[in-house]
Design a protein around this ligand. Structure first.
Ligand code: NAP
Length: 302
C-alpha cells in the first residue's frame, strides 16, 4: 500500500514537522490536520503545516490512508476515540508518543478492529507548539515502530517506507523493550535535568543570579533539556512508570558508588568511569547523532 493521504491529529512540534517534511519531500501526498486548540489550528493554517486544517478530528481523518496521532501521551486514548466512527476501512493508525506500552494499549482499546502500528520518532527539541516544527526534524534520526505481533506486515512496510521518506532510519522492536531503552536514553536524562535545575534554583547558599551567571560551566546544557514541555514530560513519566523506576534504581546505585569514590578519594574509579563515558560521546558523534564541534559549535566558549 502506498500512502497518499495523511491526517495529522495534533499540530504542535511533531505534527507540524511531519506536515512540513511531507510538503517538502512528498508534495504529492494530500495532508489534513486537526488540533484541539483553536489557536494552534489558526497558526497551522498560516504556516501551511498541512494542506487543510479541519475543525474536527473526524473530518480530518475521513479520507486518510494514514492517521498519525501527535498529541501528548496522556491524550492518546481520547484522540483515538474521537476518530473511531470516522476512520476509513484499511486506514493505518499510528502515533509519535514517547512511551509505547501504555499508548499501544490505549490505541488498541479505542480502535478495535483497526490497523494500529504505534511509532516513536526519536527526534525532537525542547520547543513545542505549532511554530516549533521544521521539515528536517527527522533527517538521520531513528523512528522506532512497535507493531503488534498480529498486525498486517504490508501495513508495517508502508509505514516504514513513509518514515524513511521523511529522512528517518527505521527500527522495529517490541513496545516493552522500547520503553526500557528510552527510559535510559531519554526519560532518565530528562528527569536528571529537571532535578538538577530544580535543585540549583532552590539553593540558598548560592544565589539564583550566580547560578545563571556561571551557567556556562555545564548547568546551561541541563537547562535546555529542563525547558522541555511540562505536559509532554509529565505524561511520559506517568506512562512509563515501570521502566523509569527500574532504571532510576540502577542510576541511584551508580550515583551512590560515585559518592563513595569521592568520599574515599578513589581517583582511579572516577577516572575509569570518565574515560568510558568520553568514549560513548565519541560513538554518538561517529554515528552522526550529534555535532562534533566543541561545545556543540557554540561560539562563546566558556
Ligand atoms: P506539542 O508541540 O505540545 O503539540 C501537541 C498538540 O496536541 C498541542 O497543540 C495540543 O494542544 C494538541 N492536543 C492535545 N490533546 C489533543 C487532542 N485530544 N486532540 C487533538 N489535539 C490535541 O507536543 P509535541 O512536542 O509535538 O509532542 C507530541 C507527541 O510527540 C507527544 O506524545 C510526545 O511524547 C511525542 N514526542 C515528542 C518529542 C519532543 O521532543 N517534543 C519527541 C518525540 C516524540 P494544547 O497544547 O492546547 O493541549
Amino acid at each position: 500500500m502506498t500512502i497518499q493521504r495523511v491526517a495529522i491529529i495534533g499540530l504542535g512540534l511533531l505534527g507540524g514537522s511531519i506536515g512540513l517534511a511531507l510538503r517538502e519531500r512528498a508534495p504529492g501526498i494530500v495532508t489534513t490536520g486537526f488540533d484541539a486548540n483553536p489557536h494552534v489550528r489558526d497558526v497551522a493554517g498560516e504556516r501551511g503545516l498541512v494542506g487543510t486544517v479541519f475543525a474536527s478530528p473526524a473530518e480530518a481523518a475521513r479520507d486518510a490512508d494514514l492517521v498519525i496521532l501527535c498529541v501528548p501521551v496522556g491524550a492518546m486514548r481520547d484522540a483515538a476515540a474521537s476518530l473511531a466512527d470516522a476512520l476509513p476501512d484499511g486506514a493505518i493508525v499510528s502515533d509519535v508518543g514517547s512511551s509505547k506500552q501504555s499508548v499501544s494499549l490505549a490505541l488498541a482499546e479505542a480502535l478495535p478492529g483497526h490497523t494500529v502500528i504505534p511509532a516513536h520518532p526519536v527526534a525532537g527539541t525542547e520547543q513545542s507548539g505549532p511554530e516549533a516544527g521544521f521539515a528536517d526534524l527527522f533527517v538521520n534520526r531513528w523512528c522506532i515502530l512497535t507493531p503488534p505481533a498480529d498486525v498486517d506486515k504490508d501495513a508495517v512496510a508502508s509505514l516504514s517506507a513513509f518514515w524513511a521518506g521523511l529522512g528517518a532510519k527505521v527500527e522495529i522492536m517490541d513496545a516493552e523493550h522500547h520503553d526500557l531503552v528510552l527510559a535510559v536514553t531519554s526519560h532518565i536524562p530528562h528527569l536528571i535535568a529537571y532535578t538538577i535545575v530544580g535543585t540549583a534554583s532552590d539553593l540558598e547558599e548560592v544565589t539564583r543570579s550566580e547560578v545563571i551567571k556561571y551557567s556556562a560551566g555545564g548547568f546551561r546544557d541541563f537547562t535546555r533539556i529542563a525547558a522541555s514541555d511540562p505536559v509532554m514530560w509529565r505524561d511520559v513519566f506517568l506512562n512509563n512508570k515501570g521502566a523509569v523506576l527500574e532504571m532510576l534504581g540502577r542510576f541511584t546505585e551508580d550515583l551512590t558508588a560515585m559518592q563513595r569514590a569521592i568520599r574515599s578519594g578513589d581517583g582511579e574509579a572516577l577516572h575509569d568511569l570518565f574515560t568510558r563515558t568520553r568514549a560513548i560521546r565519541r560513538e554518538v558523534i561517529d554515528q552522526g547523532q550529534d555535532d562534533e564541534r566543541p561545545d556543540f559549535g557554540r561560539s562563546d566558549h566558556a
